[in-house]
Write a new protein. Structure first.
Length: 253
Protein backbone atom coordinates (compact mmCIF):
# COMPACT_ATOMS: atom_id res chain seq x y z
CA UNK A 1 0.00 0.00 0.00
CA UNK A 2 1.46 3.33 -1.08
CA UNK A 3 0.76 5.76 1.76
CA UNK A 4 1.87 8.66 -0.45
CA UNK A 5 -1.21 8.26 -2.64
CA UNK A 6 -4.51 9.81 -1.62
CA UNK A 7 -7.44 7.47 -1.04
CA UNK A 8 -8.89 8.01 -4.53
CA UNK A 9 -5.61 7.34 -6.33
CA UNK A 10 -4.97 4.33 -4.11
CA UNK A 11 -8.43 2.95 -4.91
CA UNK A 12 -7.79 3.33 -8.63
CA UNK A 13 -4.38 1.68 -8.32
CA UNK A 14 -5.92 -1.24 -6.41
CA UNK A 15 -8.57 -1.70 -9.11
CA UNK A 16 -5.87 -1.78 -11.78
CA UNK A 17 -3.91 -4.35 -9.75
CA UNK A 18 -6.90 -6.72 -9.45
CA UNK A 19 -8.80 -5.63 -12.55
CA UNK A 20 -9.85 -9.14 -13.57
CA UNK A 21 -11.65 -9.67 -10.27
CA UNK A 22 -13.12 -6.16 -10.09
CA UNK A 23 -14.51 -6.05 -13.61
CA UNK A 24 -15.58 -9.69 -13.36
CA UNK A 25 -17.82 -8.81 -10.42
CA UNK A 26 -19.18 -5.74 -12.22
CA UNK A 27 -19.94 -7.87 -15.27
CA UNK A 28 -21.67 -10.50 -13.14
CA UNK A 29 -24.08 -8.09 -11.48
CA UNK A 30 -24.62 -6.29 -14.79
CA UNK A 31 -25.80 -9.53 -16.43
CA UNK A 32 -28.01 -10.41 -13.47
CA UNK A 33 -29.65 -6.98 -13.41
CA UNK A 34 -30.20 -7.17 -17.16
CA UNK A 35 -31.82 -10.59 -16.76
CA UNK A 36 -34.04 -9.28 -13.96
CA UNK A 37 -35.75 -6.96 -16.46
CA UNK A 38 -37.15 -9.99 -18.30
CA UNK A 39 -37.17 -12.63 -15.58
CA UNK A 40 -38.33 -12.19 -11.99
CA UNK A 41 -35.23 -13.04 -9.96
CA UNK A 42 -36.89 -12.03 -6.70
CA UNK A 43 -34.63 -12.16 -3.65
CA UNK A 44 -31.94 -13.78 -5.78
CA UNK A 45 -30.95 -10.38 -7.14
CA UNK A 46 -30.62 -8.98 -3.61
CA UNK A 47 -28.35 -11.87 -2.63
CA UNK A 48 -26.33 -11.37 -5.82
CA UNK A 49 -25.78 -7.69 -5.01
CA UNK A 50 -24.54 -8.58 -1.54
CA UNK A 51 -22.22 -11.20 -3.01
CA UNK A 52 -20.78 -8.77 -5.57
CA UNK A 53 -20.29 -5.96 -3.06
CA UNK A 54 -18.53 -8.25 -0.59
CA UNK A 55 -16.36 -9.71 -3.36
CA UNK A 56 -15.25 -6.25 -4.53
CA UNK A 57 -14.31 -5.22 -0.98
CA UNK A 58 -12.59 -8.58 -0.45
CA UNK A 59 -10.39 -8.39 -3.54
CA UNK A 60 -9.53 -4.71 -3.08
CA UNK A 61 -8.63 -5.22 0.60
CA UNK A 62 -6.58 -8.33 -0.20
CA UNK A 63 -4.73 -6.40 -2.90
CA UNK A 64 -4.05 -3.45 -0.61
CA UNK A 65 -2.74 -5.76 2.13
CA UNK A 66 -0.39 -7.52 -0.26
CA UNK A 67 -2.11 -10.92 -0.20
CA UNK A 68 -1.81 -13.34 -3.10
CA UNK A 69 -5.23 -13.37 -4.75
CA UNK A 70 -4.52 -16.73 -6.40
CA UNK A 71 -3.51 -18.37 -3.13
CA UNK A 72 -5.83 -21.02 -1.70
CA UNK A 73 -5.25 -19.59 1.77
CA UNK A 74 -6.54 -16.22 0.60
CA UNK A 75 -9.49 -17.77 -1.19
CA UNK A 76 -10.53 -19.70 1.91
CA UNK A 77 -10.99 -16.43 3.76
CA UNK A 78 -13.72 -15.24 1.42
CA UNK A 79 -16.59 -17.20 2.98
CA UNK A 80 -16.00 -15.69 6.43
CA UNK A 81 -15.44 -12.30 4.83
CA UNK A 82 -18.72 -12.47 2.91
CA UNK A 83 -20.71 -13.55 5.98
CA UNK A 84 -19.27 -10.63 7.96
CA UNK A 85 -20.15 -8.24 5.15
CA UNK A 86 -23.74 -9.44 4.90
CA UNK A 87 -24.33 -9.54 8.66
CA UNK A 88 -22.54 -6.30 9.55
CA UNK A 89 -23.19 -4.03 6.56
CA UNK A 90 -25.84 -5.42 4.24
CA UNK A 91 -28.39 -6.92 6.62
CA UNK A 92 -28.79 -3.86 8.91
CA UNK A 93 -29.57 -1.62 5.92
CA UNK A 94 -32.03 -4.16 4.49
CA UNK A 95 -33.85 -4.60 7.81
CA UNK A 96 -34.14 -0.87 8.47
CA UNK A 97 -35.42 -0.26 4.95
CA UNK A 98 -38.09 -2.94 5.34
CA UNK A 99 -39.16 -1.66 8.76
CA UNK A 100 -39.49 1.90 7.45
CA UNK A 101 -41.43 0.83 4.37
CA UNK A 102 -43.90 -1.44 6.13
CA UNK A 103 -44.28 0.95 9.05
CA UNK A 104 -44.97 3.89 6.77
CA UNK A 105 -47.38 1.93 4.56
CA UNK A 106 -49.47 0.91 7.55
CA UNK A 107 -49.54 4.42 9.00
CA UNK A 108 -50.06 6.61 5.90
CA UNK A 109 -52.76 6.29 3.20
CA UNK A 110 -51.56 5.01 -0.17
CA UNK A 111 -51.03 7.82 -2.70
CA UNK A 112 -48.36 9.08 -5.07
CA UNK A 113 -47.32 11.71 -2.53
CA UNK A 114 -47.13 9.08 0.19
CA UNK A 115 -44.99 6.88 -2.03
CA UNK A 116 -42.54 9.75 -2.51
CA UNK A 117 -42.40 10.21 1.25
CA UNK A 118 -41.82 6.44 1.72
CA UNK A 119 -38.97 6.55 -0.77
CA UNK A 120 -37.33 9.60 0.78
CA UNK A 121 -37.54 8.29 4.34
CA UNK A 122 -36.32 4.84 3.28
CA UNK A 123 -33.33 6.23 1.40
CA UNK A 124 -32.40 8.58 4.23
CA UNK A 125 -32.69 5.85 6.86
CA UNK A 126 -30.76 3.35 4.75
CA UNK A 127 -28.00 5.87 4.10
CA UNK A 128 -27.61 6.70 7.77
CA UNK A 129 -27.54 3.03 8.79
CA UNK A 130 -25.05 2.19 6.04
CA UNK A 131 -22.75 5.01 7.14
CA UNK A 132 -22.90 4.01 10.81
CA UNK A 133 -22.30 0.34 9.95
CA UNK A 134 -19.33 1.17 7.73
CA UNK A 135 -17.84 3.29 10.48
CA UNK A 136 -18.37 0.81 13.30
CA UNK A 137 -17.49 -2.43 11.52
CA UNK A 138 -15.42 -1.44 8.48
CA UNK A 139 -12.05 -2.34 9.95
CA UNK A 140 -13.29 -5.87 10.74
CA UNK A 141 -12.71 -6.77 7.09
CA UNK A 142 -8.95 -6.14 6.81
CA UNK A 143 -8.62 -7.62 10.31
CA UNK A 144 -10.20 -10.86 9.07
CA UNK A 145 -7.66 -11.02 6.24
CA UNK A 146 -4.62 -10.28 8.40
CA UNK A 147 -5.80 -12.24 11.44
CA UNK A 148 -4.81 -9.67 14.08
CA UNK A 149 -7.42 -8.16 16.45
CA UNK A 150 -10.29 -9.78 14.57
CA UNK A 151 -13.24 -9.53 16.97
CA UNK A 152 -16.30 -7.38 16.32
CA UNK A 153 -15.79 -5.63 19.64
CA UNK A 154 -12.19 -4.93 18.67
CA UNK A 155 -13.39 -3.44 15.38
CA UNK A 156 -15.84 -1.13 17.16
CA UNK A 157 -13.19 0.03 19.65
CA UNK A 158 -10.73 0.57 16.81
CA UNK A 159 -13.29 2.62 14.89
CA UNK A 160 -13.73 5.02 17.79
CA UNK A 161 -9.97 5.33 18.20
CA UNK A 162 -9.65 6.13 14.50
CA UNK A 163 -12.87 8.14 14.22
CA UNK A 164 -11.04 11.28 13.14
CA UNK A 165 -9.61 9.39 10.17
CA UNK A 166 -12.61 7.20 9.31
CA UNK A 167 -15.62 9.50 9.57
CA UNK A 168 -14.77 12.19 7.00
CA UNK A 169 -13.25 9.72 4.54
CA UNK A 170 -16.17 7.31 4.62
CA UNK A 171 -18.68 10.15 4.32
CA UNK A 172 -16.90 12.35 1.77
CA UNK A 173 -14.87 9.64 0.08
CA UNK A 174 -16.82 6.43 -0.36
CA UNK A 175 -20.13 8.14 0.40
CA UNK A 176 -19.71 10.79 -2.29
CA UNK A 177 -19.26 8.21 -5.05
CA UNK A 178 -22.11 6.06 -3.76
CA UNK A 179 -24.31 9.17 -3.84
CA UNK A 180 -23.07 10.01 -7.34
CA UNK A 181 -24.09 6.55 -8.59
CA UNK A 182 -27.57 7.06 -7.12
CA UNK A 183 -27.92 10.56 -8.56
CA UNK A 184 -26.93 9.34 -12.03
CA UNK A 185 -29.48 6.55 -11.79
CA UNK A 186 -32.31 8.90 -10.78
CA UNK A 187 -31.27 11.50 -13.36
CA UNK A 188 -31.43 9.13 -16.30
CA UNK A 189 -34.62 7.50 -15.04
CA UNK A 190 -36.30 10.91 -14.92
CA UNK A 191 -35.07 11.85 -18.40
CA UNK A 192 -36.71 8.74 -19.83
CA UNK A 193 -33.49 6.98 -20.82
CA UNK A 194 -33.64 4.57 -17.90
CA UNK A 195 -31.02 2.08 -16.84
CA UNK A 196 -32.26 -1.17 -18.37
CA UNK A 197 -29.90 -2.71 -20.97
CA UNK A 198 -32.82 -4.61 -22.46
CA UNK A 199 -36.54 -3.95 -22.67
CA UNK A 200 -39.13 -6.19 -20.97
CA UNK A 201 -39.73 -7.63 -24.45
CA UNK A 202 -36.09 -8.73 -24.67
CA UNK A 203 -34.80 -6.22 -27.23
CA UNK A 204 -31.50 -4.36 -26.62
CA UNK A 205 -31.56 -0.87 -25.12
CA UNK A 206 -28.08 0.51 -25.77
CA UNK A 207 -28.56 3.84 -24.01
CA UNK A 208 -29.96 2.18 -20.89
CA UNK A 209 -27.16 -0.37 -20.97
CA UNK A 210 -24.51 2.35 -21.00
CA UNK A 211 -26.22 4.11 -18.08
CA UNK A 212 -26.33 0.89 -16.04
CA UNK A 213 -22.66 0.21 -16.76
CA UNK A 214 -21.62 3.72 -15.66
CA UNK A 215 -23.70 3.46 -12.48
CA UNK A 216 -22.22 0.07 -11.58
CA UNK A 217 -18.66 1.25 -12.23
CA UNK A 218 -19.12 4.34 -10.06
CA UNK A 219 -20.70 2.25 -7.30
CA UNK A 220 -17.87 -0.28 -7.59
CA UNK A 221 -15.34 2.51 -7.25
CA UNK A 222 -17.08 3.70 -4.06
CA UNK A 223 -16.49 0.23 -2.56
CA UNK A 224 -12.84 0.45 -3.58
CA UNK A 225 -12.48 3.81 -1.81
CA UNK A 226 -14.18 2.35 1.26
CA UNK A 227 -11.71 -0.55 1.21
CA UNK A 228 -8.75 1.84 1.10
CA UNK A 229 -10.09 3.86 4.02
CA UNK A 230 -10.72 0.87 6.31
CA UNK A 231 -7.43 -0.83 5.42
CA UNK A 232 -5.47 2.33 6.17
CA UNK A 233 -7.36 2.91 9.40
CA UNK A 234 -6.77 -0.70 10.47
CA UNK A 235 -3.02 -0.63 9.75
CA UNK A 236 -2.71 2.83 11.29
CA UNK A 237 -4.30 1.60 14.51
CA UNK A 238 -2.08 -1.50 14.64
CA UNK A 239 1.00 0.65 14.17
CA UNK A 240 -0.04 3.09 16.90
CA UNK A 241 -0.65 0.21 19.31
CA UNK A 242 2.53 -1.63 18.38
CA UNK A 243 0.63 -4.63 17.02
CA UNK A 244 1.59 -4.30 13.36
CA UNK A 245 3.15 -7.57 12.11
CA UNK A 246 6.47 -7.25 10.27
CA UNK A 247 4.98 -8.44 6.97
CA UNK A 248 2.24 -5.82 7.09
CA UNK A 249 4.67 -3.11 8.20
CA UNK A 250 6.30 -3.32 4.78
CA UNK A 251 2.91 -3.04 3.08
CA UNK A 252 1.88 -0.11 5.27
CA UNK A 253 5.10 1.73 4.47
Amino acid sequence: MNSELNIFSQAFAAIVACWKYFFGMIAAIYVLEAASVVYDLGSGLTVARAFVESAIVFYICATLLGLDLKSKDTGKKYTGFMLRYILLLYLPVFIVAMVVVFGAMSAVPNSSQSQDIFLGVTLLSSGVVAFVAMFLFGTAFPAHLIGVSTGIGAAVSRSFRQAGYLLPRILLGAGSFAALAFVLLILFENTGIGSDPITPQGTPNIAGGIVLLIVKLVAGYSFAVFSVVVCRAYLKDLEERGELPVAEADVFA
